[in-house]
Structure formats: structure tokens, C-alpha cells
Design a protein around this ligand. Structure first.
Ligand code: CLF
Ligand code: SF4
Length: 493
């Protein structure tokens, strides 16, 4: 008997959750069993439990789960040359940028409002807009208020590390399993080029003295977290000619001290942002420079490559920002939590993920079996769920995969202007999309018209929609096998 079909898309948009939940449960696929089938063989079960629903700590989970940042921590105890928190633009996506700062109670209401409407929500993060550990009282109060009402939400925090060691015991008491520390250097001479000052022990420190203190405190915080079994992710901002080569050393240091992930992010630098680096013309790395460094770091601390450099008030799947739907003026004072959407979604996702993992491992085996030394770069239009399910013209971000003898890997994303607005495509926009897709061999999407398809072909990029709505890796393996000699797989998931 075939199982009832429920798409993740219908679940996310539908109102009839009770019905969907009943159908999902009738498939006999409990989340505990299917969720565990997605666990990588080499991973410890306790670690998998912590990361399996976290969109940043698991690349696989980011296709299904969403985070919400609440901007409750505006104060900061250091100055980074790439930061200016006074600059605010609702369309800007980068760390430190927010449209609305919240009190802990406003944050509690916002989390409930999002949890009631965004079924993918699994993580509450505090990532500023200042430093969550320095502005500790508000961070702690927010976590406590939310955790008392939404018991299964994961708590996540991002910090520069200077005040971290003072709060590790409290983080452990609150069951915070995920802590990000931004570590851009382990050599204070390089640190002095990134941090003009820090505020520590009631006074301001500058230059190498400041960088030395920050470095020691970051290492201490990391070691304390590792000792308590709290998973740490290290964010490093790649700044060409300042710390790019040095990040290889950073990767070694954090690996030795137990970091779970290392996330190397490109410097975002623009004079309009008013940052020191922006105003002095310090450039960020190109996509190729970033990838080259990430490739050199393979084999060290495990890399995160799917970061979207979120705003401090981001809402939704990574790469998506639904913040405008949940401004505090739209949320009632006496809102109460309704778990039904999140529960229904999790039931369906558990089954879908099990299927996806099987399809993915078959696809990777096919690519490896081709035995070719060639590689393909593929840009995918997706709305989530691990499927090719977005139209070319509606895509604001392509996910990029590499197929090679090592298998199929997610290697990053390319942001683009949306081609199709108001039902029409714009030629100038298409030119910028083609520029953003430089180096890509193939574009996979759910639908594409002849005009953009032909212009992409002229630029040497093949675009196709024949694999629409199938699993991403299945389509890639079919293309790779067809291209490099083995038998192609069927084009369906
Ligand atoms: Fe937020 Fe950061 Fe937690 Fe994720 S973001 S506090 S770990 S829930 Fe994620 Fe955004 Fe990258 Fe951060 S994609 S910027 S890594
Ligand atoms: Fe800005 Fe964060 Fe640096 Fe503070 S630690 S200056 S908030 S980037």
C-alpha cells in the first residue's frame, strides 16, 4: 500500500495541521526511529541528538530547520574593525544589523509568535547585536523565559569570547548545548590589526595588550566549554592580507581544544557601512579565495560551509529572512504558545529525512563509482527539504554543490537578485545573476523559461528543470554519471 503523500511545502503553508498530523502518524513512522536513520555512521549518538535539528551545526538539518535570533543584547565589550552597529538597514543581511532591539519579555513574545507560525523553528539564538555574554542579564533572562514555555527549543549563543568564561557554568545549567565564539586570530600581533580596543576588568586596553587578553580569554572559554561537553562552533572572519593565511593556524588551535566546527566567513566590507575596514578600503575575499582557503583547511577542525552571515534578528530557514512578519507591534501582549504546527512538521520531516538520507548515500556512491577525476559545480534553486523546488526566477540564493571523486558536497551559496518580479524577468538582473554564477557548470531549478536558459547557455552555464522537485543529490549524481561515463540514474527522487 502506498503511503499518503504530504509535501513539506504543503505542511508549511497549510492551516489544517490536525489532519496532517493524523496522516503523518498513520504512516507508522515515529520521529525517534526515522530521525535517527539520518545519523552519520561515525557520529556519536549523544552528539547527533544535539545537532540533528540545528540548522547551523548540521548541514543536512539546514534543509529542514529554522533559527530565530532575538536582538536583546546590544552592549559590546570590544571593537572589531569590521563592525558598526549604528548602521541599520532592513534589507541588509550581516551580523550586528538589526531593525528592532527587544527586552527579554518582548523577545519571549516574539519567539512564541514565530513558533506558532513557522513550523521549522528549532533554535533560539542570541547573536547580539552586541555581545550576548557581556550583556548577560538580558541574555539569561530571555533564555529562561522562553525555555519555561517552549521546552524543546534549542538555545544557542554567539559571543566574542571575552566574557564567556564568566558564564560557562550558567550556560551549562540552562542546557545551552551550542556556543559560537568568533576567533579571528591566535597571534596578538595579527589581533591588533583587527581589534583597536577591548574593555576588560573595568578598563580599556588597546593594541597588542588588548589582543593578548582577548586571545587568552577565548582559549579559556573554549576549553571550559569542551570540558563540559557543550558543542562549540568557531566563527572566523577571513580578511585578505590580514588573517587569511593565519586562519590555518587558528584552525589547528581550535581543533586541539575540542571545537566541533570551524566556520570561515568572508569579510563584508563597504564604505557605506561606516566600519573601519569599510572606510579604509580593506576588501573582503572573493568566493574563489574563500573556497580555496576552506579547501586547504579540510582535514583539520570540521568546516561549516553553509553559513549565511545572519542578521542579529534573523527569522526563518538559513538564507531566508521573515523578520518583517514578526515585528513586535504585530504581536499581542498575551500571546500563548501553540505547539501543533511544530509537532506536525516534525512528524513529516522525520520520515522525509530518512528517505533523503538513503537517496543521498546512493547518489554519493554513484558519483564515487564513476571513478572520474573531473568535478562539476552545480547551483541549485531550493526552498528547503533537500529538493530542487524553486523556480529560477524566484530564487534569491542558489545553493552550490560540488560533485567529484570525493562524492557530493555542499560548498556554499551565491546570493543573486531575484530575476522575475511582477511576472517579468529583467535583462539587467539576468546579467548580474550570470556574473554571480561565474564558475558554475549547471543550474538546477524547478522551472526556467527559454529566454534565461538560452542566455545562461551563452555564458557557458547549462540550466535545466527536468529534475524539478527531486532530491538534489540524486539529480547531481545522474548528471555526473551521464557526463563522466557511468550509467545515469533515473531523474526522479
Ligand atoms: Fe544563530 Fe549562530 Fe546559533 Fe546559528 S546563526 S547563534 S549558530 S542559531 Fe548560523 Fe547564521 Fe552562520 Fe551564525 S548561519 S551567522 S552560523
Ligand atoms: Fe561588533 Fe560583535 Fe565585534 Fe562587538 S564582538 S564589535 S558586536 S562584531
Amino acid at each position: 500500500m502506498s503511503l499518503p503523500t504530504i509535501s513539506l511545502e504543503s505542511l508549511v503553508s497549510t492551516k489544517s495541521f490536525d489532519k496532517l498530523l493524523t496522516i503523518a502518524k498513520s504512516t507508522g513512522c515515529a520521529s525517534s526511529s526515522c530521525g535517527s536513520s539520518a545519523k552519520p555512521d561515525e557520529m556519536d549518538s549523544a552528539v547527533w541528538e544535539k545537532i540533528k535539528d540545528h540548522p547551523c551545526y548540521s548541514e543536512e538539518a539546514h534543509h529542514y530547520f529554522a533559527r530565530l535570533h532575538v536582538a536583546v543584547a546590544p552592549a559590546c565589550n570590544i571593537q572589531c574593525n569590521y563592525c558598526n552597529r549604528k548602521y541599520d538597514c532592513a534589507n541588509e543581511s550581516r551580523p550586528g544589523v538589526v531593525s528592532e532591539k527587544l527586552t527579554p519579555d518582548q523577545a519571549r513574545r516574539k519567539v512564541i509568535a514565530v513558533a506558532n507560525e513557522v513550523p521549522q523553528l528549532s533554535v533560539l539564538g542570541i547573536a547580539g547585536p552586541g555581545d550576548a555574554c557581556y550583556d548577560w542579564k538580558k541574555t539569561k533572562e530571555t533564555f529562561e523565559r522562553v525555555a519555561s514555555e517552549i521546552r524543546d527549543i534549542k538555545l544557542c549563543i554567539s559571543t566574542n569570547g571575552l566574557a564567556l568564561a564568566d558564564h560557562v557554568a550558567e550556560l551549562a545549567d540552562m542546557n545551552v548545548d551550542h556556543v559560537t565564539i568568533t576567533i579571528n586570530m591566535v597571534d596578538p600581533e595579527i589581533g591588533a590589526k583587527i581589534y583597536p580596543w577591548i574593555f576588560y576588568n573595568h578598563r580599556r586596553h588597546t593594541g597588542i595588550d588588548a589582543a593578548r587578553i582577548l586571545h587568552k580569554r577565548q582559549m579559556l572559554g573554549l576549553e571550559m566549554l569542551t570540558a563540559r561537553g557543550i558543542l562549540t562552533k568557531i566563527n572566523s572572519v577571513m580578511i585578505p592580507s590580514v588573517n587569511d593565511e593565519h586562519l590555518i593556524e587558528v584552525n589547528k588551535w581550535v581543533k586541539e581544544r575540542g571545537a566541533f566546527l570551524h566556520n570561515v566567513m568572508p569579510l563584508i566590507s563597504d564604505p557605506a557601512h561606516g566600519t573601519h575596514f569599510g572606510l579604509t578600503g580593506q576588501r573582503g575575499p572573493t568566493a574563489l579565495e574563500l573556497k580555496t582557503l576552506q579547501d586547504r583547511l579540510e582535514g583539520g577542525a570540521k568546516l561549516m560551509r553553509h553559513c549565511r552571515q545572519c542578521r542579529a534578528d534573523a527569522v526563518g530557514l538559513l538564507g531566508e529572512d521573515r523578520g518583517k512578519e514578526f515585528t513586535i507591534d504585530q504581536i499581542s501582549d498575551d500571546i500563548t504558545y501553540d505547539a501543533s504546527k511544530r509537532e506536525a512538521y516534525r512528524e513529516v520531516v522525520a520520515r522525509e529525512r530518512g528517505d533523503h538520507v538513503v537517496a543521498k548515500s546512493e547518489a554519493i556512491a554513484t558519483v564515487k563509482a564513476a571513478g572520474s577525476s573531473k568535478s562539476l559545480l552545480i547551483a541549485v534553486a531550493t526552498k528547503g527539504g533537500g529538493r530542487i523546488n524553486e523556480h529560477f526566477g524566484h530564487t534569491a540564493e542558489f545553493q552550490v554543490y560540488e560533485a567529484s571523486q570525493r562524492g557530493i558536497s555542499f560548498i556554499g551559496h551565491r546570493k543573486v537578485e531575484q530575476y522575475c518580479l511582477g511576472g517579468r524577468g529583467a535583462d539587467a538582473t539576468l546579467d548580474s545573476i550570470i556574473a554571480a554564477l561565474k564558475g558554475i557548470d549547471i543550474v538546477l531549478c524547478a522551472k526556467i523559461g527559454d529566454c534565461p536558459k538560452d542566455q545562461l547557455a551563452e555564458a557557458g552555464i547549462r540550466a535545466m528543470d527536468v529534475y524539478g522537485y527531486g532530491y538534489i543529490e540524486t539529480a547531481i549524481s545522474a548528471l555526473y554519471a551521464a557526463e563522466f561515463g557511468s550509467e545515469p540514474l533515473a531523474a526522479t527522487a
